[in-house]
Design a protein around this ligand. Structure first.
Ligand SMILES: [Fe+2]
Ligand SMILES: [Fe+2]
Length: 282
């Protein structure tokens, strides 16, 4: 992962004194927001997030992170489309979706917070010679975080399994578990970010442990592992990546329903409808 400029970032947040008053949770939360902002080339956006990169800060413990929950403005698992950590929390009006929305429409009109990260991940996978099923997995791997962040691999696998090859859905579902486990053979180490976000003494929960044990022996292990490997370097503020290089891959491997995503009566159509209209009251 490309490092943020720590001095520039702390200055943007009001200096070291201001940063010193921020909680570990706020720092970890903001690191993610800052990295996402960085992918869009918007360093100024970092001013509105609640924390510093905390490169020289001690890691929080699991208990410290848990104790901060009552002070949070939202649950940690809240999907990115439901809040805005910039502009004082004000929410932008969302552009209208077409009557028969396609995956590309969702990328353009709804996946504001995740698309650049996913484009860059897919671009790196392409550069590294990954096959098209894996490139597609990288392209989609975090987009469900617009809807739900907690357990996002499983939510993502569910959201896409009706539309993509089985191996692609497998890669999306299990990249979440594999990111906690190193693999020397492919030069993968757990990113520091997870120690800050989950706590230095965090032990993966039982379903993640169980699924890691299953996936590491699975014939498709390479696919979710490739998502974690290409995830590492996916943040670059200067890179301008668009969906264009991936449109043909989507056309070949994504089963776009003719009625439009959300209108297709699939078991997950409601998830697409919620993404299309997250302002619906009930
Ligand atoms: Fe992810
Ligand atoms: Fe990612």
């Amino acid at each position: 992962m490309l490092p943020l400029d720590r001095r520039e970032f702390i200055a943007a947040l009001g200096g070291t004194a201001a940063v010193g008053l921020m909680s570990h949770e706020a720092r970890a939360d903001a690191l993610e927001d800052a990295l996402l902002a960085r992918t869009q080339g918007v360093m100024a956006a970092a001013q509105a997030v609640a924390s510093a990169p905390a490169a020289a800060q001690p890691y929080p413990t699991v208990a410290e992170l848990a104790a901060q929950v009552p002070d949070l403005p939202r649950r940690r698992g809240t999907g990115a489309i439901f809040f805005n950590s910039q502009a004082g929390g004000k929410l932008p009006l969302l552009p209208k979706m077409p009557a028969k929305p396609t995956l590309v429409d969702f990328f353009e009109l709804r996946f504001q917070r995740t698309r650049n990260h996913c484009f860059q991940s897919a671009q790196l996978a392409m550069k590294n010679g990954a096959d098209e099923q894996v490139i597609l997995a990288c392209l989609l791997h975090d987009t469900v975080q617009e809807l739900m962040r907690s357990d996002h691999g499983y939510w993502g696998g569910q959201l896409y399994e009706h539309y993509v090859p089985e191996r692609t859905a497998f890669a999306i579902r299990y990249h979440q578990a594999l990111r906690f486990y190193p693999d020397e053979k492919v030069d993968y180490e757990m990113p520091d970010f997870y120690r800050r976000a989950f706590g230095i003494d965090y032990v993966p929960v039982p379903h993640v442990q169980r699924d890691y044990e299953m996936v590491r022996k699975h014939k498709w292990y390479d696919a979710p592992r490739a998502v974690t490997v290409n995830d590492l370097y996916a943040f670059d503020a200067n890179a301008q990546v668009s969906i264009d290089p991936f449109v043909d891959i989507i056309g070949r491997h994504f089963k776009q329903p003719k009625e439009g995503l959300g209108n297709d009566n699939s078991p997950v159509a409601h998830m697409w409808r919620t993404l299309a209209n997250p302002d619906a009251p009930l």
